[in-house]
Design a protein around this ligand. Structure first.
Ligand SMILES: C[S@@+](CC[C@H](N)C(=O)[O-])C[C@H]1O[C@@H](n2cnc3c(N)ncnc32)[C@H](O)[C@@H]1O
Length: 276
């Protein structure tokens, strides 16, 4: 019995916190998969040494700077360079040959986190001779990860891990061609990132902002419920030119979404789609 009371109190506190984040700060987690939000909030309880979610809510409403700390815990920044190398191999062989026919390109990387996906795209585009004519819009809801991404500085472990992925993705050179290591950290060549615009944008609340040839949104929609997945993919559909490409994460798919009829599968196993 007492467990039921605790569970229902916990559920209610979770809903109230989500509502507070939305009403006071316009961060909209109302359509995130509850299981994932609850796991993150469990983590928040121990991280902030709070006995209940209501204590977290009090800090959120009354303590300067706490919002960013909470956003850091609720959003999941996990990423790596050339994550799922076969995705990048498929981009290289199936998508970039078509993109080469356009005089200029716009690419949107939604949910970019700390920028490893952006760096991977920039390397790929450079090796295929497309970087100079491309603008990349790299967006996220978490300003802290965007700031980190725009600095282009990573620890050397990140680069070590990237080396194998890069080779498996069909990389034509060496990661060290693009990154210089000094004093224990690695700096991405600033020229590589010069056509990247980093900006805050939420797939839950914001609108389309440009006409894209390719959208890559990987490992973001796994945290969304079906209505929010429909919203996000409608933004991708509306922002893509006809024949534009959409890439999703390995555990995501267009199947069963309301927006599926607007796309054909180019390579379902690599989660690559093309707008009809
Ligand atoms: C797991 S990371 C994925 C990073 C990268 N795309 C990858 O696949 O390696 C998920 C990112 O999505 C961002 N995110 C979560 N909700 C979002 C939303 N509503 N709009 C845009 N980005 C969001 C998070 O802040 C986080 O940086």
């Amino acid at each position: 019995m007492s467990e039921d009371i605790d569970d229902s109190a916990y559920d209610l506190e979770t809903e109230l916190l989500i509502e507070a984040l939305y009403q006071k700060f316009h961060y909209d987690f109302r359509h995130y998969a509850r299981s994932s939000v609850k796991r993150r909030l469990q983590h928040a309880l121990s991280r902030f040494h709070c006995p209940t979610i209501s204590h977290i809510q009090a800090r959120l409403l009354h303590e300067n700077g706490f919002l960013q700390e909470l956003i850091d815990v609720i959003t999941v920044p996990t990423t790596e360079m050339f994550r799922d190398p076969t995705y990048y191999a498929a981009l290289r062989t199936e998508v970039l040959p078509v993109l080469k026919t356009y005089p200029s390109l716009k690419i949107w990387i939604a949910g970019t986190s700390t920028g490893e996906e952006v760096v991977s795209f920039c390397i790929l585009l450079k090796e295929e001779g497309l970087l100079e004519k491309t603008v990349i819009y790299a967006t996220d809801i978490n300003q802290r990860v965007l700031d980190q991404a725009s600095r282009g500085i990573y620890d050397t472990e990140t680069i070590k891990r990237a080396t194998l992925n890069y080779r498996e993705s069909g990389g034509k050179g060496m990661i060290s061609d693009y990154v210089s290591v000094a004093y224990g950290s690695a700096r991405v060549d600033p020229n590589l990132l010069k056509n990247v615009v980093f900006s805050s944008h939420s797939l839950a609340t914001d609108a389309v902002f440009g006409e894209m040839h390719l959208v890559s949104c990987r490992n973001v929609m796994i945290y969304f419920d079906r209505p929010l997945q429909n919203r996000a993919t409608a933004l991708f559909r509306d922002s893509l030119v006809r024949g534009g490409f959409l890439g999703l994460g390995s555990r995501e798919s267009m199947r069963f979404l309301d927006t599926a009829p607007a796309f054909k599968a180019l390579n379902e196993s690599q989660r690559l789609y093309q707008k009809l």
